[in-house]
Design a protein around this ligand. Structure first.
Ligand SMILES: *Cc1c(COP(=O)(O)O)cnc(C)c1O
Length: 371
């Protein structure tokens, strides 16, 4: 990857979100910031109902549809309020008025937060909870106890804080599967047809803060009730083409650029996935070969390709690690306070060179402590 020109001072950014963006996307946005080609005004300045923005919105939605192979049974809408607002909107729209409970499979902090919000709206059944082992794993076959006739079953495809990622979707029978894909969205193909609803904020892996993607099966829109506030009703976004009011225009524009980058540079979602798995392996190989010096938080069969979480032998060493890494231009590696240790977020846009630099640093750091 070209790290020349305007970007000579860029470091490797392992932040969990907002997170690293493709350099090509930043440079394109920079080039077009003062005036969109042929428009003479910035995307930040034009009306959200102008023809140039019509095109940006349509291209972004089409980019998502093409990458994810979204079929005719599903709608894609763009919203604000982050993934956190979806913790409320999902149960408001899909649980209100239903006889069954909403089932939550809890594999980490975000799913737990979502379930807490759903409880404000209706009946929640925890179908599995990984709290007993500090959310270091997924349920194994037979451990998930669904309620009778659930309104939906909610999972978090990648738990950003613990670094636990589903590699295969769970079997949930005929209940709609609802997935918070915030931190691995567009990192790999998704079988959209198998989902009732998918939501993801953009700032982890697909763009910048301000826009949230919701993909919903059309028949589920009939569950939304007329007593919902207009702006919390999915139907509002579907019937107004994601533009009931002023949408986050710049975030939508960046999301569109990221889609194009994945399509044109990374080989679509299949190529993106191969790339991400290879990057994660570079770090997990260090963990596995470290004789326990680097102890992974997540169990090997479910560890994340996006957020690599691990501990060092003690907290003093962990502090030293983070500080010394920053000295090498490897930034923001401190783990979330609830898990401790180190978290390396290596989303789509983290180049292989960044992961290789971190790997080499880890090997050297361990060696220096041994000699
Ligand atoms: C970051 C994150 C959220 C919260 O996203 P916001 O846009 O800050 O509300 C929710 N779920 C997951 C899995 C996340 O990674």
């Amino acid at each position: 990857m070209d790290r020349s020109s305007a970007a000579v001072e860029r470091v490797f950014n392992f932040s969990p979100g907002p997170a690293v963006l493709p350099l090509e996307v930043l440079e394109r946005a920079q080039a077009e910031l003062v005036a969109l080609p042929g428009v003479g005004m910035s995307v930040l300045e034009i009306s959200h109902r102008s023809p140039p923005f019509d095109r940006i919105l349509e291209e972004t939605l089409q980019g998502l549809r093409d990458l994810l192979k979204v079929g005719a049974d599903h709608e894609i809408v763009l919203l604000q309020g982050g993934a956190s607002l979806q913790f409320s909107m999902v149960p408001m729209n899909l649980l209100r008025g239903q006889s069954g409970a909403a089932d939550y499979i809890l594999t980490g902090t975000w799913g737990t937060t979502g379930a807490k919000e759903a409880r404000r709206e209706g009946k929640v059944h925890v179908a599995w909870d990984g709290a007993a082992t500090k959310y270091d794993r997924l349920p194994v076959a037979g451990e998930i106890a669904l309620s009778p006739n659930p309104a939906y079953v909610h999972i978090t495809s990648n738990e950003t804080i613990q670094g636990v990622q589903w590699k295969r979707d769970p079997q949930v029978g005929s209940a709609p599967l609802v997935c918070d894909c915030s931190s691995d969205f567009l990192s790999r193909p998704i079988d959209v047809a198998k989902h009732g609803l998918i939501y993801a904020c953009a700032q982890k892996n697909a763009g910048i803060a301000g826009v949230t993607v919701v993909i919903i099966r059309k028949d589920l829109l009939a569950r939304s009730r007329d007593d919902l506030p207009t702006m919390l009703d999915y139907r509002t976004y579907v019937s107004n083409g994601s533009r009931p009011n002023t949408p986050p225009v710049f975030a939508i524009y960046i999301l569109g650029l990221v889609c194009n980058w994945i399509r044109d540079t990374m080989g679509g979602l299949a190529g993106m996935h191969t790339h991400n798995v290879a990057k994660a392996k570079l770090l997990y190989d260090v963990l596995d070969g470290s004789g326990g010096f680097y102890a992974g938080h997540a169990r090997p069969d479910c560890r994340s390709d996006m957020n690599v979480t691990f501990r060092l032998p003690d907290e003093t060493l962990e502090k030293e690690f983070v500080k010394a890494a920053a000295g090498h231009g490897l930034m923001d590696l401190k783990g979330h306070r609830s898990v401790g240790g180190i978290r390396a977020s290596i989303y789509n846009a983290m180049p292989v060179a960044g992961v290789t630099a971190l790997r080499d640093f880890m090997v050297d750091f361990q060696q220096a402590r041994r000699s």
